[in-house]
Design a protein around this ligand. Structure first.
Ligand code: XIL
Length: 346
């Protein structure tokens, strides 16, 4: 029987995100799939600042330790996600005791302590870190996050520098979504190219693969892979999934997200996916993997954002209670029909 990791052996690693329930052993069937099919793992949430470093003096290690131990025990390549991000950051880090923004110096010190404590703890065990996540906007400009506002653009090079000091052997990545968009891709190209020119150690760029049913085009993502590979760093397709449920329009989002009954109207597939749609999804997934294979010399890893449809974050985002079908294993822990073709192609 073909598995993802065997099929793509010698081309790129194939990974999955794991959540804490899975790592804790509460979902043995998901774990069975993870062990059988994937040779790389990333923690879905437990290494994010709000979880691992919720207060200045509190590091909560239990879940991250369990994740790293699990992945080691199963000989998986391990990715730490993520050190510096505007989202799921712990709010304390940006403010003083009066609730005012801290100074640049203080935030740099706090960021250094955050990064070095975590990277230092897993030194030699975590193979690569998503050091900075989602710093560039769709138009290629810098996201005006608290990190940017308080420290300025140097926060990125400092983050990479601190991570390198804590574990010189670990690979260090910049990770972002929407990289298939040309303006954003150019912005990321400039960012990483400047970092490299300054001698900052950046080993790779993660292109989040949160795909929609219709966008991006496979060729758009392929063009971004070509462009970014000219920087000479490794590329990874991270966070791969494909949302099938249509995106709600802006006007309905707020209301619908508060109203589960109403949200069903915007979830045409709550009873299951019609065959024709299913086929299109599989064709589209196959097309992406064809493209990844064409570029396999530039791509070191492809990681799915979750093991199976049942506990993908896409079910609840942007609206609570959606039923989505974004992954290649179904709610009954079965590999979906048609996935064999993807594996045979490799
Ligand atoms: C998501 C998780 O899957 C959810 O469980 C959580 O509630 C929100 O974050 N980009 C990222 C990931 O880099 O960390 C996000 O993960 C999805 C978007």
């Amino acid at each position: 029987e073909l598995t993802f990791k065997d099929a793509f052996e010698g081309k790129f690693l194939v990974g999955t995100a794991l959540n804490v329930e899975q790592v804790a052993g509460n979902e043995p069937k998901a774990i069975e799939i993870a062990k059988k099919h994937f040779n790389s793992a990333v923690a879905e949430n437990c290494m994010k600042m709000e979880n691992i470093h919720p207060e200045e003096d509190i590091f909560f290690w239990d879940e991250a330790d369990a994740f790293v131990e699990f992945a080691e025990k199963n000989n998986m390549h391990i990715v730490g996600h993520t050190l510096v991000w505007h989202s799921q950051a712990a709010p304390w880090i940006f403010v003083d005791e009066n609730g005012e923004d801290v100074s640049r110096e203080v935030l740099i010190e706090r960021m250094k302590h955050h990064i070095q404590t975590i990277v230092g703890r897993y030194k030699g065990r975590v193979d690569g870190w998503d050091v900075v996540n989602e710093a560039i906007e769709g138009d290629g400009s810098w996201r005006e996050s608290k990190w940017y506002q308080i420290i300025g653009p140097e926060y990125i090079e400092l983050a990479f520098q601190f991570a390198q000091e804590a574990d010189p052997e670990a690979e260090l990545y910049y990770n972002d979504y929407g990289v298939s968009g040309k303006a954003k891709c150019d912005g990321i190209y400039d960012l990483v190219s400047n970092l490299l020119e300054k001698g900052v150690k950046v080993d790779g760029i993660g292109l989040q693969g949160h795909l929609n049913f219709d966008i991006p085009l496979i060729s758009e993502m392929g063009a971004s892979i070509e462009k970014l590979s000219s920087l000479g760093v490794n590329l990874m397709v991270t966070e791969l999934d494909m949302t099938i449920v249509p995106w709600p329009s802006d006007e309905v989002t707020a209301e619908v997200s508060l109203n589960y009954e109403l949200s069903k109207e915007y979830d045409p597939y709550s009873e299951g996916l019609p065959d024709s749609v299913y086929q299109e999804v599989m064709d589209r997934y196959t097309g992406f993997f064809e493209m990844f294979l064409r570029h396999h010399e530039k791509i070191t890893r492809v990681t799915f954002w979750g093991v199976h449809d049942g506990n993908s974050w896409r079910n609840d985002w942007p609206i609570e209670g959606r039923t989505d079908f974004p992954l290649l294993f179904d709610r009954n822990y079965q590999m979906k029909e048609g996935v064999e073709n993807i594996l045979e192609m490799a």
